[in-house]
Write a new protein. Sequence first.
Length: 278
Amino acid sequence: MSLRLRSAVEHVETPAVGVAPPQHTELVERLLARVPEEPDAPAPDLVALVYAVADPQGHKTTASHLNHRTGGAAHGFALTDQGVGGPFIALRVARAYARTGRGTAPLVAVVESGGTAGASAASGVLLRLDGSDGRDGRREVDGAGGRRGPDGPDGPEGRGGLALADTVAVPVDRLAQAWAELVPEKGRLLLVLGPGTDPGAAPAERTDVRTAPADSSCTAVWRLLAQEAESWRGRYATVALCAVDTATGTGHLAVLRDLDDESEPPAGSTEEEEARHG
């Protein structure tokens, strides 16, 4: 199934010289303050906190704090020591959890303290997702010619948008091939690349490339998603976020499909592919 991106917000700050960077809990609070008001939005049923480097100060259990601040009824966990791959792994867990039928409203927070390797800015991104339609973003057509998802016209609460269709990890020497396979038959592909990822390997046809800010590491591509997801809607049939872990030679990909796009999904978005990639 797909998980629709309900909202994505970011927070970025560059700590002043001699001033300690914000703690993870502080970053979470600043992210929560930016979440748009949605009185009818379901409370999260899965909460994930992702960080590559431990909180430089304090010993608070930030994942539990985030769960408490967003309803307190979710299963929660923290994921660390996975480098730039952490957020991709958390989303893979969220999709697997949703497929069990036990919950379809995950919340993923990615936080990064300033002054750590590859990150001069302190930053965080908060992703809210919900079950989109259970068929990889494809919708039935109702009698009036409109698209129909499980919660009414155009899916949950009448909204389309981007939905998470797949998360995969591939060796760096196979990234160019993996990207080429994502180019849709109709419409365009947007590649969002993390720092140090070679844009020269991008497909030549129907592909645009954006490079994430160099002052972040594990939050980099997700910051661009938070900034521009709404403007990408309708412009791109497929959006692929990619970050490379140079230590392991692994490229991490998160593939999002435009729920408003009418073209047939390319290979790689079927349930069979989901089972293969996990």
